[in-house]
Design a protein around this ligand. Structure first.
Ligand SMILES: C[S@@+](CC[C@H](N)C(=O)[O-])C[C@H]1O[C@@H](n2cnc3c(N)ncnc32)[C@H](O)[C@@H]1O
Length: 440
C-alpha cells in the first residue's frame, strides 16, 4: 500500500502541474486506498480544492466477495473529485432520468395524454401581491397574488392539455413526466450499473469501467473541445467517452495490450478517429529499449507483432514457455495453434529451441515460433529445421518450428504461417477456460 501511495503521489504532483486552472481531477479507487489517497490529494491540491467523495455503487450483489462471511460485502468504489474554485462545472447536464417506477410514483394520475401529477398554478398569498398577474381566465380570477405566469403562457399551457379544474372550480396545473428534468445528481451514484459479464461494451479488460460513468464525469467538468487526460487509461473507457462527447484526449498506460485494445475499440465505434501512438517500438533500438525496461511488455509486444491473439494477465506468475498463442482454421483438422516464445535477451542458444519443441509436444500444438532480439545461432536454426513440417495441414507445407528476429518482424518479414482468422468472441471464451488465457 505504501509503495502504491508513493507511486501515486509522484504522479499526482505531475498531474497538478499539467492541470489547467479551471480543470478538475477525478481519482477513481477502491475503499482500501481511498482514505490514504484523499490525504495525498489534500496535500497536493490543497484541502480547499476538495469537492466531493463520490461513491459509485459498483456491485449490487457483493455476496461473491471472498470475505463475505467475516464482513459486509464491498459494494462501492470511491471517486475523489478535486478542482479549484474556477473549475468548470455543468450541474444542469447531469440530472438523473426518472426510472419507470419513479414515474409511476411521482405522476400517479392519468388522462388521455398520459400520466400527470397535480401542481400549483396560483401563487400563494405569502408570495405577496402581483397585480400584473391578476387577470380572469375561463371565468376564474385569482386573488391578489395572481397566477404563476402571464396570460400567453397560461393559454399555451391550457392548449397543451396541462390545465385542470378541480370540482370546486379551482385551477390546477398538470405536471408531465416528459417535462421533468430529473433530479440533480448527488455524491452517491447508484444509477450507473457496472459492466456485467454479458455487457456488449465489455472488452475483457479486468478493470473496465462503464462508459456512462465517464460520460457523467466528462460532461460535468468539461465542455466540447476540452482535453481529457487519463494517465492510467486501461482499455480506454475515458477515451471513448471523450471521443463520444467531442473532447480531445490523451491516454497513458504502461500495458501495450491496453493500447491495442483502445485502438480496436475506437476504430470500431469511430472509424475516422484521429490519434497518434507514442512509445510503441518502431525500430530495433526501440524494441531493445522496451526489452531492457520491461521484459514482459516486450514479450507481449513481440508476440502481438507476430499476430498473437492472446493476453495473459498473470504473466509474471506462470510462464510455461508460452508468450503468446496464434489460432488458425486448419480445415478438416479443426482449430490449429501456434505457440509463440519470445526471447528478449542478448544471449540465445540451442537449448531454447529444444525447450520450445518440448512445449509444442506437451501442448499438442501444431507449430511453434520463436522471436529473438538477436540473430539465432547456426545450431538454433538447425534445431528448428530438424523439427520438420506439420503433419496435418490444410495450408500446404508449413514448418513446425521457426525462428524470426525482431528486426525481421519490424521489416514485415513474417515466418511462414497459415491465414489467420478474425478474432471471434465465442471461440475466445471457450479457449479462455481451457488455457487460463485471456484472449484479446
Ligand atoms: C484500474 S486500470 C484502469 C481501467 C480503466 N479505467 C478502464 O476502464 O479500462 C489501471 C491501469 O493502470 C495501468 N498502470 C499501472 N501502472 C501504471 C503506471 N505507472 N503508469 C501508467 N499506467 C499504469 C495498468 O496497466 C492498468 O491498465
Amino acid at each position: 500500500m505504501m509503495a502504491y501511495i508513493v507511486m501515486m503521489a509522484a504522479r499526482l504532483i505531475e498531474l497538478r502541474r499539467v492541470l489547467k486552472p479551471n480543470g478538475s481531477l477525478y481519482l477513481h479507487c477502491d475503499p482500501t486506498a481511498s482514505h490514504y489517497l484523499k490525504l495525498v490529494l489534500d496535500a497536493v491540491f490543497g484541502h480547499s480544492s476538495y469537492k466531493n467523495e463520490i461513491v459509485w455503487l459498483r456491485s449490487k450483489n457483493p455476496k461473491g466477495s471472498q470475505h463475505a462471511s467475516t464482513r459486509f460485502g464491498s459494494a462501492t468504489d470511491a471517486i475523489l473529485f478535486y478542482g479549484s474554485g474556477d473549475a468548470a462545472f455543468n450541474p444542469d447536464l447531469i440530472r438523473t432520468k426518472l426510472t419507470a417506477e419513479q414515474v409511476t410514483e411521482k405522476y400517479p394520475s392519468g388522462d388521455e395524454i398520459g400520466p400527470f401529477a397535480d401542481g400549483p398554478i396560483l401563487r400563494s398569498e405569502s408570495m405577496g401581491a402581483r397585480p400584473n398577474l391578476v387577470y380572469p381566465y375561463k371565468g376564474f380570477t385569482p386573488g391578489p397574488a395572481g397566477w404563476r405566469m402571464e396570460k400567453p403562457l397560461l393559454e399555451a399551457l391550457d392548449k397543451k392539455g396541462n390545465l385542470a379544474w378541480t370540482r370546486t372550480g379551482a385551477p390546477r396545473r398538470k405536471l408531465r413526466p416528459e417535462d421533468d428534468r430529473g433530479d440533480p445528481v448527488g455524491s452517491f451514484w447508484g444509477d450507473i450499473p457496472p459492466l456485467n459479464s454479458q455487457a456488449r461494451e465489455r472488452l475483457g479488460y479486468p478493470t473496465q469501467k462503464p462508459v456512462a460513468l465517464l460520460d457523467r464525469i466528462i460532461q460535468a467538468s468539461s465542455k466540447p473541445g476540452d482535453v481529457i487526460l487519463d494517465p492510467f487509461c486501461g482499455c480506454g473507457t475515458s477515451l471513448e467517452s471523450a471521443e463520444k462527447n467531442g473532447r480531445r484526449w490523451i491516454g497513458i498506460d504502461v500495458a501495450h495490450y491496453a493500447m491495442t485494445l483502445i485502438e480496436g475499440r475506437l476504430k470500431a465505434k469511430y472509424p475516422s478517429v484521429d490519434y497518434s501512438v507514442y512509445g510503441r517500438p518502431t525500430d530495433l533500438a526501440g524494441a531493445r529499449e522496451l526489452a531492457r525496461r520491461d521484459k514482459y511488455q516486450f514479450q507481449w509486444w513481440a508476440a502481438w507483432r507476430l499476430g498473437s491473439q492472446t493476453y495473459r494477465e498473470d504473466k509474471k506468475g506462470a510462464d510455461r514457455g508460452i508468450d503468446g498463442n496464434i489460432y488458425f482454421h486448419n480445415g478438416p483438422y479443426g482449430v490449429g495453434r501456434i505457440i509463440v516464445s519470445v526471447k528478449g535477451g542478448e544471449n540465445v542458444g540451442v537449448q531454447m529451441v529444444r525447450d520450445l519443441r518440448g512445449v509444442i509436444e506437451r501442448e499438442d500444438a501444431e507449430m511453434g515460433i520463436m522471436v529473438t532480439l538477436v540473430d539465432p545461432t547456426t545450431p538454433m536454426t538447425a534445431e528448428a529445421s530438424s523439427a520438420g513440417f506439420l503433419r496435418k495441414s490444410a495450408h500446404g507445407r508449413l514448418p513446425r518450428l521457426q525462428i524470426v528476429t525482431v528486426e525481421d518482424l519490424l521489416a514485415g518479414l513474417l515466418p511462414k504461417m497459415p491465414p489467420l482468422p478474425q478474432p471471434a468472441r465465442k471461440q475466445q471464451s471457450a479457449r479462455k477456460q481451457k488455457d487460463g488465457d485471456q484472449i484479446e
